[in-house]
Design a protein around this ligand. Structure first.
Ligand code: IPM
Ligand code: MG
Length: 352
């Protein structure tokens, strides 16, 4: 039996997760799905963006399917009560250090990208983002008042060797199953933390002689991603650079609404979520793109449940749906049939 914690979260979270659940239920799987609140929904339900019951459920499940968290209406809450903190805490609590964000261009969407079709067509890139360290979690942090009365904000970028090593191994192992190229992204010309990052990546690479390792400074990587994105196979980087570069990479695929993600621990237990946010401005309007969440469910079958067949079934159904001309507003172009979130989910189910 596959025990899955379903955490819809905020904004468009509930509507996109409902589509992924619909797709999972349409497959012949032995599923046990249990829902719980997180983010703003957790705060409303239990006064905590990661309620204890939600964390306990996530810990006792094989995998977590998450929608998105966040809403402007929580911006004035104390930092610990904000929706994003619930997401960061569940990643940390479950030790989900390896975040995989594939940027794959479906041929049908080449014209939906803001980049020229020849630049993006055939794009198949995997961003491996470290998810439980870096400036996101480093201490000391905070806002304090200096002696002269001026306020100061502090965050600390830090990585230890073992944290770098384990994400390095994940990246190289993924590259072994792909085109055997790893590009490690750092800022080793300025930041010591990432100088160490580079050293450790070079050490890890020695264990994978078939894989070609290259290094790129993050500013250059940001530029290369829009100049010639097809030069990349696997990109491995730290938490904050990965956050930024994966949003950038998503636009190569036409829309951030297409980008799934997997966040894995050392045993392939994982949390699966779209790479995009909660988009409160379009919540409840049935216009959100559910494909990133549906594709995240496919990643769940592949990485946690080792069910490549059903993962491919979902991915092929998504391709077929796009080939049939169904488009949500974010990927719509002249001549295609515009559908809402729910109808898109139905179209994928029909294509299974
Ligand atoms: C992401 C998001 C999160 C992050 C936010 C919501 C905390 O941007 O998953 O990329 O920064 O990791
Ligand atoms: Mg982000």
């Amino acid at each position: 039996m596959m025990k899955i914690a379903v955490l819809p979260g905020d904004g468009i979270g509930p509507e996109i997760v409902a589509q992924a659940v619909k797709v999972l239920n349409a497959l012949d799987l032995d599923l046990q799905l249990q829902e719980a609140p997180i983010g703003g929904a957790g705060y409303e339900a239990a006064g905590d963006p990661l309620p204890a019951d939600t964390l306990a459920l996530a810990k006792s499940s094989d995998a977590v399917l998450l929608g998105a968290v966040g809403d402007w209406k929580y911006d004035s809450l104390p930092r610990d009560m904000r929706p994003e903190r619930g997401l960061l805490r569940i990643r940390k609590e479950l030790n989900l250090f390896a975040n995989l964000r594939p940027a794959l261009l479906y041929p049908e969407l080449a014209s939906a990208s803001t980049l020229k079709p020849e630049v993006v067509s055939g794009l198949d890139l995997m961003i491996v983002r470290e998810l439980t360290g870096d400036i996101y979690f480093g201490q000391p942090r905070g806002i304090s008042t200096l002696e002269n009365g001026e306020r100061e904000g502090i965050n600390t970028m830090r990585y230890n060797e073992s944290e770098i090593r384990r994400i390095g191994h994940v990246a190289f192992q993924i590259a072994m199953k792909r085109n055997k190229k790893v590009c490690s992204v750092d800022k080793a010309n300025v930041l010591e933390t990432t100088e160490l990052w580079r050293q450790v990546m070079i050490e890890v690479a020695k264990e994978y002689p078939q894989v070609e390792l290259s290094h790129m400074y993050v500013d250059n990587a940001a530029m290369q991603l829009v100049r010639a994105p097809k030069q990349f196979d696997v990109m491995v980087t730290g938490n904050i650079f990965g956050d930024i570069l994966s949003d950038e990479a998503s636009m190569l695929t036409g829309s951030i609404g297409m980008l799934p993600s997997a966040s894995l621990d050392a045993n392939n237990k994982g949390m699966y979520e779209p790479s995009h946010g909660s988009a409160p401005d379009i919540a409840g309007k049935d216009v959100a793109n559910p494909l990133a969440t549906i594709l995240s469910a496919a990643m769940m079958l592949r990485y946690t449940f080792n069910d490549e067949n059903n993962a491919l079934r979902i991915e092929n159904a998504v391709k077929k749906t796009l080939a049939q001309g169904f488009r949500t507003a974010d990927i719509w172009t002249e001549g295609a049939s515009k559908v809402g979130c729910n109808a898109m989910g139905d179209a994928v189910v029909a294509a299974l």
